[in-house]
Design a protein around this ligand. Structure first.
Ligand SMILES: Nc1ncnc2c1ncn2[C@@H]1O[C@H](COP(=O)(O)OP(=O)(O)OP(=O)(O)O)[C@@H](O)[C@H]1O
Length: 258
């Protein structure tokens, strides 16, 4: 019998992406595939375009006046910049967690139920189930299950960030974008989120911007190194850190600049 090969298509395919803020070009001819059920880290010195690139993946840059994009980004083969794309649906499929935890000034429960309610879920039992499941997935349930009606802003910073992850998961995205999600957190909260990523990648595809190379090496399967708006190198994390193909990558990871 012929050996069966499982072909996993990339979750996201980026081809020849250029991005301009007005006259200023911030991304140059970036092409890369993001694979399903992996953690992909975006690294590089400040201002190299990591966050800009991340935001192109769910069209968050649309909110910034004067942004122009050339090239193609496909989600499961479909171009996300096509005219007929429903951007709200895109952002449901491709969720986002930001650098500083930003819970809404509402209860823990209402933070998680917010997205599902917007998408039309009204049934109390269904919402209860979504809230519990999302908080469990974000490894926060045990800490908050007895105070779901308390205000989310009363949680610690690390708990707030896990709440924001739970809020992103509540609308059942496929891909979760994280922009330096631990940079405002203490080491214990950081390691909780790093552990969480290893769980989450079984179900989701994760793209994370990080300033911290050790973090990229610990949490990611693939790493993309950006410099001055160009994607210099993209490879398996272990290979990129142990045997970089490009001299610029080597100089960066060995601390010669950045
Ligand atoms: N809203 C904006 N308007 C104009 N230029 C911008 C805007 N946002 C970012 N830029 C510019 O685009 C370039 C890339 O910025 P970006 O924030 O993507 O880099 P980064 O690698 O994420 O940096 P950091 O690690 O400091 O967050 C920088 O030169 C920045 O000044």
């Amino acid at each position: 019998m012929a050996e069966q090969t499982v072909l996993t298509k990339p979750a996201i395919q980026v081809e020849n992406l250029d991005l301009y803020y007005g006259q200023k070009q911030a991304l140059y001819d970036v092409s890369m595939d993001v694979e399903v059920n992996t953690v992909t880290a975006l690294i590089g010195p400040s201002g190299c375009g990591k966050s800009t690139f991340l935001r192109t993946l769910n069209r968050m840059n649309d909110l910034i006046p004067g942004v122009q994009i050339k090239g193609t980004i496909r989600l499961h083969g479909e171009s996300i910049y096509d005219r007929n794309i429903d951007v709200e649906m895109l952002r449901k499929q491709v969720g986002m967690v930001f650098q500083a935890p930003n819970p809404f000034p509402k209860s823990i429960y209402d933070n998680i139920a917010y997205g599902p309610r917007i998408h039309g879920i009204r049934n109390k039992k269904t919402l209860d189930e979504i809230v519990e499941k999302s908080l469990r997935q974000a490894a926060l349930w045990d800490e908050v299950k007895d105070r779901l009606r308390d205000r989310a802003t009363g949680l610690s910073g690390g708990q707030q960030q896990r709440l924001c992850i739970a809020r992103a998961l509540a609308v059942e995205p496929e891909i979760v974008l994280m922009d330096e999600p631990t940079s405002a957190l203490d080491p214990i909260s950081t390691s909780k989120i790093e552990e969480l990523l290893q769980e989450l990648k079984n179900k989701y595809t994760i793209v994370i911007v990080t300033h911290n190379m050790q973090q990229a090496a610990r949490v990611s399967d693939k790493t993309a190194f950006f410099l001055n708006g160009e994607l210099i190198e993209y490879n398996d994390t272990a290979t990129l850190f142990s045997n970089p193909a490009n001299k610029k990558t080597e100089d960066y990871i060995t601390g010669r600049f950045g």
